[in-house]
Design a protein around this ligand. Structure first.
Ligand SMILES: Cc1ncc(COP(=O)(O)O)c(C=O)c1O
Length: 441
Protein backbone atom coordinates (compact mmCIF):
# COMPACT_ATOMS: atom_id res chain seq x y z
CA UNK A 1 0.00 0.00 0.00
CA UNK A 2 1.36 3.46 -0.84
CA UNK A 3 0.31 6.64 0.85
CA UNK A 4 -0.31 9.59 -1.48
CA UNK A 5 2.50 12.09 -1.07
CA UNK A 6 4.54 9.60 0.93
CA UNK A 7 6.08 7.06 -1.49
CA UNK A 8 8.48 5.78 1.18
CA UNK A 9 5.53 4.38 3.11
CA UNK A 10 5.42 1.26 0.92
CA UNK A 11 8.85 0.17 2.16
CA UNK A 12 8.13 0.82 5.81
CA UNK A 13 7.23 -1.74 8.43
CA UNK A 14 3.82 -1.39 10.10
CA UNK A 15 5.32 0.23 13.17
CA UNK A 16 7.53 2.58 11.14
CA UNK A 17 4.52 3.68 9.17
CA UNK A 18 2.44 4.31 12.32
CA UNK A 19 5.29 6.26 13.92
CA UNK A 20 5.80 8.35 10.74
CA UNK A 21 2.09 9.17 10.58
CA UNK A 22 2.04 9.98 14.28
CA UNK A 23 4.81 12.50 13.68
CA UNK A 24 3.09 13.92 10.66
CA UNK A 25 -0.50 14.16 11.82
CA UNK A 26 -0.45 14.40 15.64
CA UNK A 27 0.72 17.44 17.61
CA UNK A 28 4.43 17.05 18.41
CA UNK A 29 3.63 17.89 22.06
CA UNK A 30 2.11 14.40 22.26
CA UNK A 31 5.34 12.52 22.86
CA UNK A 32 5.93 8.77 22.75
CA UNK A 33 8.06 6.56 24.97
CA UNK A 34 11.20 4.92 23.50
CA UNK A 35 13.64 5.83 20.75
CA UNK A 36 11.66 3.53 18.45
CA UNK A 37 8.11 3.91 19.78
CA UNK A 38 6.15 0.76 20.49
CA UNK A 39 3.10 0.36 18.27
CA UNK A 40 0.69 -1.93 20.07
CA UNK A 41 -1.51 -4.31 18.14
CA UNK A 42 -3.48 -6.17 20.79
CA UNK A 43 -3.54 -6.93 24.48
CA UNK A 44 -4.90 -9.54 26.84
CA UNK A 45 -4.98 -9.19 30.64
CA UNK A 46 -1.36 -8.56 31.78
CA UNK A 47 0.17 -8.70 28.30
CA UNK A 48 0.51 -6.48 25.23
CA UNK A 49 1.68 -7.49 21.75
CA UNK A 50 3.21 -5.03 19.29
CA UNK A 51 2.51 -5.07 15.56
CA UNK A 52 5.67 -7.12 15.02
CA UNK A 53 4.24 -9.81 17.32
CA UNK A 54 6.55 -9.20 20.30
CA UNK A 55 4.95 -9.87 23.68
CA UNK A 56 5.34 -7.61 26.74
CA UNK A 57 4.40 -7.92 30.39
CA UNK A 58 2.64 -4.64 31.18
CA UNK A 59 3.51 -3.03 34.51
CA UNK A 60 2.20 0.43 33.67
CA UNK A 61 -1.34 -0.32 32.40
CA UNK A 62 -1.62 2.62 30.02
CA UNK A 63 -0.68 5.03 32.86
CA UNK A 64 -2.57 3.27 35.69
CA UNK A 65 -5.70 3.09 33.57
CA UNK A 66 -6.06 -0.56 32.65
CA UNK A 67 -6.84 -1.58 36.21
CA UNK A 68 -8.22 -5.12 35.90
CA UNK A 69 -6.45 -6.47 32.82
CA UNK A 70 -6.41 -5.56 29.15
CA UNK A 71 -9.69 -6.37 27.44
CA UNK A 72 -10.84 -8.25 30.54
CA UNK A 73 -13.78 -10.26 29.14
CA UNK A 74 -15.82 -9.69 32.31
CA UNK A 75 -15.77 -5.96 31.53
CA UNK A 76 -15.74 -5.96 27.74
CA UNK A 77 -18.68 -8.37 27.47
CA UNK A 78 -20.82 -5.88 29.41
CA UNK A 79 -19.54 -2.96 27.31
CA UNK A 80 -20.32 -4.85 24.10
CA UNK A 81 -23.85 -5.68 25.26
CA UNK A 82 -24.48 -2.03 26.14
CA UNK A 83 -23.02 -0.75 22.85
CA UNK A 84 -25.55 -2.89 21.04
CA UNK A 85 -28.45 -1.79 23.25
CA UNK A 86 -28.19 1.96 23.92
CA UNK A 87 -25.10 4.12 23.44
CA UNK A 88 -26.10 7.70 23.95
CA UNK A 89 -28.94 10.06 24.68
CA UNK A 90 -27.13 12.60 26.93
CA UNK A 91 -27.95 13.45 30.53
CA UNK A 92 -31.11 15.21 29.34
CA UNK A 93 -32.60 11.73 29.73
CA UNK A 94 -31.90 9.75 32.89
CA UNK A 95 -30.69 6.25 32.18
CA UNK A 96 -30.49 3.17 34.36
CA UNK A 97 -26.76 2.78 33.83
CA UNK A 98 -25.70 6.21 35.14
CA UNK A 99 -27.85 5.91 38.26
CA UNK A 100 -26.64 2.37 38.98
CA UNK A 101 -23.04 3.59 38.76
CA UNK A 102 -23.72 6.64 40.95
CA UNK A 103 -25.45 4.41 43.53
CA UNK A 104 -22.50 2.00 43.56
CA UNK A 105 -20.06 4.89 44.04
CA UNK A 106 -22.12 6.23 46.94
CA UNK A 107 -21.82 2.80 48.60
CA UNK A 108 -18.03 2.58 48.43
CA UNK A 109 -16.89 6.17 48.94
CA UNK A 110 -15.92 7.38 52.41
CA UNK A 111 -18.15 9.67 54.50
CA UNK A 112 -21.22 11.05 52.82
CA UNK A 113 -19.73 11.39 49.33
CA UNK A 114 -22.85 10.30 47.50
CA UNK A 115 -23.55 12.94 44.86
CA UNK A 116 -21.73 12.39 41.57
CA UNK A 117 -21.02 14.39 38.43
CA UNK A 118 -19.64 12.45 35.48
CA UNK A 119 -17.37 13.67 32.70
CA UNK A 120 -14.89 12.02 30.35
CA UNK A 121 -11.50 12.77 31.92
CA UNK A 122 -9.56 13.56 35.05
CA UNK A 123 -9.00 17.16 33.93
CA UNK A 124 -12.73 17.78 33.65
CA UNK A 125 -13.31 16.04 36.97
CA UNK A 126 -10.86 18.41 38.67
CA UNK A 127 -12.35 21.44 36.88
CA UNK A 128 -15.79 20.52 38.22
CA UNK A 129 -14.39 20.01 41.73
CA UNK A 130 -12.83 23.46 41.81
CA UNK A 131 -15.90 25.08 40.32
CA UNK A 132 -18.20 23.58 42.95
CA UNK A 133 -15.74 24.37 45.75
CA UNK A 134 -15.67 28.03 44.72
CA UNK A 135 -19.45 28.17 44.46
CA UNK A 136 -20.12 26.29 47.70
CA UNK A 137 -17.68 28.32 49.80
CA UNK A 138 -17.95 31.70 48.12
CA UNK A 139 -14.14 31.87 48.25
CA UNK A 140 -11.81 31.87 45.27
CA UNK A 141 -8.32 30.94 46.38
CA UNK A 142 -6.92 27.45 45.94
CA UNK A 143 -3.96 25.72 47.47
CA UNK A 144 -2.26 22.91 45.59
CA UNK A 145 1.07 21.15 46.03
CA UNK A 146 4.31 21.54 44.16
CA UNK A 147 5.11 18.59 41.87
CA UNK A 148 1.35 18.01 41.38
CA UNK A 149 -0.14 16.96 38.06
CA UNK A 150 -3.80 17.84 37.69
CA UNK A 151 -4.56 17.70 33.98
CA UNK A 152 -4.23 19.29 30.57
CA UNK A 153 -7.02 21.90 30.55
CA UNK A 154 -6.05 25.50 31.01
CA UNK A 155 -6.95 25.73 34.71
CA UNK A 156 -5.51 22.30 35.46
CA UNK A 157 -2.21 23.33 33.91
CA UNK A 158 -2.20 26.17 36.42
CA UNK A 159 -2.87 23.75 39.29
CA UNK A 160 -0.14 21.46 37.98
CA UNK A 161 3.29 22.26 39.36
CA UNK A 162 5.74 20.93 36.76
CA UNK A 163 7.22 23.58 34.46
CA UNK A 164 7.00 21.52 31.23
CA UNK A 165 3.23 21.23 31.67
CA UNK A 166 2.78 24.93 32.52
CA UNK A 167 4.08 26.56 29.34
CA UNK A 168 2.23 29.40 27.53
CA UNK A 169 0.07 31.96 29.23
CA UNK A 170 -1.86 29.83 31.69
CA UNK A 171 -3.97 31.86 34.11
CA UNK A 172 -2.84 30.91 37.59
CA UNK A 173 -4.54 33.73 39.46
CA UNK A 174 -5.80 32.52 42.85
CA UNK A 175 -3.76 29.30 42.77
CA UNK A 176 -0.85 28.92 45.21
CA UNK A 177 1.44 25.95 45.67
CA UNK A 178 2.70 24.71 49.02
CA UNK A 179 5.92 22.74 49.36
CA UNK A 180 5.24 19.04 49.10
CA UNK A 181 5.96 16.24 51.54
CA UNK A 182 8.83 14.81 49.50
CA UNK A 183 10.81 13.08 52.24
CA UNK A 184 13.59 11.79 49.97
CA UNK A 185 14.33 15.39 48.91
CA UNK A 186 12.87 17.27 51.86
CA UNK A 187 12.33 20.90 50.79
CA UNK A 188 13.12 21.90 54.40
CA UNK A 189 16.24 19.71 54.57
CA UNK A 190 14.84 17.88 57.60
CA UNK A 191 14.50 14.19 58.42
CA UNK A 192 11.31 12.31 59.23
CA UNK A 193 10.16 11.73 61.96
CA UNK A 194 12.33 14.26 63.85
CA UNK A 195 10.95 16.94 61.49
CA UNK A 196 7.51 16.50 63.08
CA UNK A 197 6.10 16.89 59.56
CA UNK A 198 7.08 20.57 59.44
CA UNK A 199 6.22 20.68 55.71
CA UNK A 200 2.51 20.50 56.61
CA UNK A 201 2.91 23.88 58.33
CA UNK A 202 3.68 25.49 54.98
CA UNK A 203 0.02 25.17 53.98
CA UNK A 204 -1.06 27.48 56.80
CA UNK A 205 1.75 29.92 56.10
CA UNK A 206 0.84 29.94 52.43
CA UNK A 207 -2.84 30.61 53.18
CA UNK A 208 -1.84 33.51 55.43
CA UNK A 209 0.63 35.01 52.98
CA UNK A 210 -0.37 33.92 49.49
CA UNK A 211 -4.18 34.01 49.60
CA UNK A 212 -6.95 36.30 50.81
CA UNK A 213 -6.99 34.35 54.08
CA UNK A 214 -10.00 32.21 53.26
CA UNK A 215 -9.76 29.48 50.68
CA UNK A 216 -12.18 27.62 48.43
CA UNK A 217 -10.18 24.43 48.48
CA UNK A 218 -7.00 22.51 48.93
CA UNK A 219 -6.43 19.96 46.17
CA UNK A 220 -3.88 17.15 46.27
CA UNK A 221 -3.13 13.62 45.13
CA UNK A 222 -2.80 11.20 48.08
CA UNK A 223 0.34 9.93 46.31
CA UNK A 224 1.60 12.20 43.55
CA UNK A 225 1.47 10.34 40.26
CA UNK A 226 3.33 12.20 37.52
CA UNK A 227 5.43 13.74 40.32
CA UNK A 228 7.04 10.32 40.78
CA UNK A 229 4.80 8.54 43.31
CA UNK A 230 5.82 10.96 46.06
CA UNK A 231 4.34 9.45 49.21
CA UNK A 232 3.79 11.72 52.22
CA UNK A 233 4.39 10.75 55.84
CA UNK A 234 1.25 9.27 57.40
CA UNK A 235 0.46 12.37 59.48
CA UNK A 236 0.70 14.87 56.63
CA UNK A 237 -2.82 14.99 55.24
CA UNK A 238 -4.48 14.85 58.68
CA UNK A 239 -2.59 18.01 59.68
CA UNK A 240 -3.36 19.72 56.39
CA UNK A 241 -7.05 18.75 56.60
CA UNK A 242 -7.37 20.64 59.91
CA UNK A 243 -5.65 23.69 58.42
CA UNK A 244 -7.95 23.64 55.39
CA UNK A 245 -10.99 23.55 57.68
CA UNK A 246 -9.61 26.38 59.82
CA UNK A 247 -9.57 28.64 56.75
CA UNK A 248 -13.01 27.62 55.48
CA UNK A 249 -11.85 25.46 52.58
CA UNK A 250 -12.94 22.14 51.12
CA UNK A 251 -10.50 19.26 50.88
CA UNK A 252 -10.35 17.80 47.37
CA UNK A 253 -8.66 14.44 46.96
CA UNK A 254 -7.50 13.84 43.38
CA UNK A 255 -7.86 10.07 43.09
CA UNK A 256 -7.22 9.91 39.36
CA UNK A 257 -4.23 7.62 39.94
CA UNK A 258 -4.77 6.43 43.52
CA UNK A 259 -8.44 5.41 43.33
CA UNK A 260 -10.19 2.04 43.04
CA UNK A 261 -7.87 0.02 45.24
CA UNK A 262 -4.58 1.02 43.66
CA UNK A 263 -2.91 1.72 47.03
CA UNK A 264 -4.21 -1.54 48.57
CA UNK A 265 -6.90 -2.52 51.07
CA UNK A 266 -8.96 0.70 50.72
CA UNK A 267 -10.93 1.93 47.75
CA UNK A 268 -9.28 5.36 47.76
CA UNK A 269 -5.78 6.57 48.52
CA UNK A 270 -6.93 9.28 50.90
CA UNK A 271 -8.51 6.64 53.14
CA UNK A 272 -5.01 5.29 53.78
CA UNK A 273 -4.24 8.67 55.34
CA UNK A 274 -7.41 8.50 57.47
CA UNK A 275 -8.90 11.67 56.03
CA UNK A 276 -12.46 12.00 54.73
CA UNK A 277 -12.36 14.55 51.92
CA UNK A 278 -15.20 16.89 50.93
CA UNK A 279 -14.77 16.13 47.26
CA UNK A 280 -13.04 13.32 45.38
CA UNK A 281 -12.17 13.24 41.71
CA UNK A 282 -11.20 10.28 39.59
CA UNK A 283 -10.84 8.89 36.07
CA UNK A 284 -8.14 6.54 34.63
CA UNK A 285 -8.54 3.11 36.31
CA UNK A 286 -12.22 3.64 37.09
CA UNK A 287 -13.42 2.02 33.87
CA UNK A 288 -10.42 -0.10 32.80
CA UNK A 289 -9.56 2.15 29.86
CA UNK A 290 -12.94 3.58 28.90
CA UNK A 291 -13.00 7.39 29.32
CA UNK A 292 -14.89 8.36 32.47
CA UNK A 293 -14.33 11.28 34.84
CA UNK A 294 -15.91 11.46 38.29
CA UNK A 295 -16.42 14.31 40.75
CA UNK A 296 -18.18 13.07 43.86
CA UNK A 297 -19.13 15.14 46.87
CA UNK A 298 -21.80 15.45 49.56
CA UNK A 299 -25.40 16.35 48.65
CA UNK A 300 -25.00 19.60 50.66
CA UNK A 301 -22.00 20.69 48.61
CA UNK A 302 -23.41 19.65 45.24
CA UNK A 303 -26.58 21.62 46.07
CA UNK A 304 -24.35 24.71 46.10
CA UNK A 305 -23.78 24.55 42.35
CA UNK A 306 -25.12 27.71 40.75
CA UNK A 307 -26.60 27.66 37.30
CA UNK A 308 -26.53 24.62 35.08
CA UNK A 309 -23.91 22.06 34.22
CA UNK A 310 -23.74 19.47 31.51
CA UNK A 311 -21.15 17.09 30.10
CA UNK A 312 -22.36 15.62 26.83
CA UNK A 313 -20.53 12.33 27.20
CA UNK A 314 -20.49 12.26 31.01
CA UNK A 315 -22.45 9.32 32.38
CA UNK A 316 -23.04 7.88 28.94
CA UNK A 317 -24.65 4.41 29.27
CA UNK A 318 -21.65 2.63 27.75
CA UNK A 319 -19.03 4.31 29.94
CA UNK A 320 -21.25 3.92 33.01
CA UNK A 321 -21.54 0.20 32.36
CA UNK A 322 -17.77 -0.06 31.90
CA UNK A 323 -17.12 1.71 35.20
CA UNK A 324 -19.64 -0.35 37.17
CA UNK A 325 -18.36 -3.59 35.66
CA UNK A 326 -14.81 -2.61 36.68
CA UNK A 327 -15.82 -1.66 40.21
CA UNK A 328 -17.89 -4.83 40.67
CA UNK A 329 -15.04 -6.97 39.39
CA UNK A 330 -12.66 -5.34 41.88
CA UNK A 331 -15.20 -6.19 44.59
CA UNK A 332 -15.98 -9.75 43.45
CA UNK A 333 -12.36 -10.73 42.98
CA UNK A 334 -11.26 -9.10 46.23
CA UNK A 335 -8.70 -6.97 44.43
CA UNK A 336 -8.28 -4.43 47.25
CA UNK A 337 -6.78 -7.26 49.32
CA UNK A 338 -4.80 -8.50 46.33
CA UNK A 339 -3.30 -5.04 45.74
CA UNK A 340 -2.23 -4.92 49.39
CA UNK A 341 -0.84 -8.46 49.50
CA UNK A 342 0.89 -8.55 46.11
CA UNK A 343 1.93 -4.90 46.56
CA UNK A 344 3.73 -5.73 49.81
CA UNK A 345 5.46 -8.67 48.12
CA UNK A 346 6.41 -6.45 45.16
CA UNK A 347 7.82 -3.80 47.49
CA UNK A 348 10.02 -6.35 49.23
CA UNK A 349 11.43 -7.47 45.88
CA UNK A 350 12.06 -3.88 44.80
CA UNK A 351 13.97 -3.25 48.02
CA UNK A 352 16.11 -6.28 47.20
CA UNK A 353 16.89 -4.67 43.84
CA UNK A 354 17.77 -1.44 45.65
CA UNK A 355 20.26 -3.36 47.81
CA UNK A 356 21.86 -4.66 44.61
CA UNK A 357 21.97 -1.51 42.45
CA UNK A 358 23.36 1.79 43.88
CA UNK A 359 21.51 3.55 41.03
CA UNK A 360 18.27 3.03 42.98
CA UNK A 361 18.24 5.83 45.55
CA UNK A 362 14.69 5.45 46.85
CA UNK A 363 11.86 2.94 46.75
CA UNK A 364 8.44 4.33 47.61
CA UNK A 365 4.73 3.99 47.09
CA UNK A 366 1.87 1.88 48.38
CA UNK A 367 0.07 -1.21 47.20
CA UNK A 368 0.47 -1.66 43.47
CA UNK A 369 1.79 1.87 42.98
CA UNK A 370 5.54 1.64 43.52
CA UNK A 371 8.42 3.78 42.30
CA UNK A 372 12.20 3.68 42.07
CA UNK A 373 14.02 7.01 42.10
CA UNK A 374 17.32 6.74 40.26
CA UNK A 375 20.35 8.78 41.31
CA UNK A 376 23.93 9.10 40.10
CA UNK A 377 25.20 9.04 43.66
CA UNK A 378 23.29 8.03 46.79
CA UNK A 379 25.06 10.71 48.87
CA UNK A 380 24.50 13.71 46.59
CA UNK A 381 21.18 12.30 45.28
CA UNK A 382 21.91 13.85 41.90
CA UNK A 383 19.07 12.68 39.63
CA UNK A 384 19.92 10.14 36.91
CA UNK A 385 17.45 10.85 34.06
CA UNK A 386 19.66 9.34 31.34
CA UNK A 387 20.02 6.06 33.23
CA UNK A 388 16.24 6.07 33.82
CA UNK A 389 15.64 6.31 30.09
CA UNK A 390 18.13 3.48 29.57
CA UNK A 391 16.32 1.27 32.09
CA UNK A 392 13.03 2.01 30.32
CA UNK A 393 14.54 1.06 26.92
CA UNK A 394 16.24 -2.06 28.28
CA UNK A 395 13.08 -3.19 30.04
CA UNK A 396 11.16 -2.84 26.80
CA UNK A 397 13.84 -4.81 24.96
CA UNK A 398 13.55 -7.48 27.66
CA UNK A 399 9.76 -7.60 27.34
CA UNK A 400 8.57 -5.39 30.21
CA UNK A 401 6.59 -2.14 30.02
CA UNK A 402 7.20 0.35 32.83
CA UNK A 403 6.62 4.08 33.28
CA UNK A 404 8.68 7.15 34.01
CA UNK A 405 7.96 10.27 36.07
CA UNK A 406 9.34 12.85 38.45
CA UNK A 407 10.30 16.45 37.85
CA UNK A 408 13.75 15.38 36.61
CA UNK A 409 12.46 12.33 34.72
CA UNK A 410 14.46 10.05 37.02
CA UNK A 411 11.67 8.01 38.61
CA UNK A 412 10.53 4.61 37.36
CA UNK A 413 6.82 4.15 37.93
CA UNK A 414 5.50 0.64 38.38
CA UNK A 415 1.76 0.08 38.48
CA UNK A 416 0.68 -3.38 37.43
CA UNK A 417 -2.96 -4.33 37.24
CA UNK A 418 -4.90 -4.90 40.43
CA UNK A 419 -5.25 -8.61 39.64
CA UNK A 420 -1.50 -9.06 39.22
CA UNK A 421 -0.18 -12.23 40.84
CA UNK A 422 3.06 -13.02 42.67
CA UNK A 423 4.37 -14.98 39.63
CA UNK A 424 3.74 -11.87 37.48
CA UNK A 425 5.75 -9.86 40.02
CA UNK A 426 8.55 -12.46 40.00
CA UNK A 427 8.73 -12.22 36.23
CA UNK A 428 8.74 -8.40 36.28
CA UNK A 429 11.49 -8.40 38.91
CA UNK A 430 13.55 -10.84 36.85
CA UNK A 431 13.22 -8.57 33.81
CA UNK A 432 13.95 -5.43 35.84
CA UNK A 433 16.99 -7.07 37.41
CA UNK A 434 18.28 -8.02 33.95
CA UNK A 435 17.62 -4.49 32.69
CA UNK A 436 19.46 -2.82 35.59
CA UNK A 437 22.40 -5.21 35.10
CA UNK A 438 22.63 -4.08 31.46
CA UNK A 439 22.76 -0.31 32.16
CA UNK A 440 26.17 0.84 30.91
CA UNK A 441 28.37 2.33 33.66
C1 LIG B 1 -3.51 12.85 39.41
C2 LIG B 1 -4.05 13.24 38.08
N1 LIG B 1 -5.07 14.11 38.02
C3 LIG B 1 -5.62 14.48 36.84
C4 LIG B 1 -5.15 13.98 35.66
C5 LIG B 1 -5.78 14.39 34.36
O1 LIG B 1 -6.49 13.33 33.83
P1 LIG B 1 -6.85 13.28 32.26
O2 LIG B 1 -5.56 13.08 31.53
O3 LIG B 1 -7.79 12.12 32.16
O4 LIG B 1 -7.51 14.56 31.93
C6 LIG B 1 -4.10 13.06 35.67
C7 LIG B 1 -3.56 12.50 34.42
O5 LIG B 1 -2.52 11.93 34.36
C8 LIG B 1 -3.53 12.68 36.91
O6 LIG B 1 -2.53 11.82 36.98
Amino acid sequence: MTTPGNPAASTMSRSEEAVAKHKRYIWPSVTNYYQHPLVADRAEMQHVWDVEGRKYLDFFGGILTVSVGHCNPKVTSKINAQVNRLQHLSTLFPNEQIVALAEKIAQITPGNLSSSFFTSSGSEANEAAILIARMATGSFDLVALRHAYSGGSSMMKAVTAHAPYRKASIVSQGISHAINPYCYRCPLHLKYPECEVACAGDVENLIQTGTSGSIAAFIAEPIQGVGGFITPPKEYFKIVFNTVKKYGGLFISDEVQTGWGRTGKKWFGIEKWEVTPDIMTSAKGMANGVPVGLTVTTPEISAGFQGLNISTFGGNPVTSVAARATIELIEEENLLENAERVGTYFRGKLEELQAKYPLIGDVRGMGLMQALELVKDRKTKEPAPAATTQVLELARANGLLIGKGGLSGNVIRLAPMLNTTKPDVDEAIRLLDKSFSEVPN
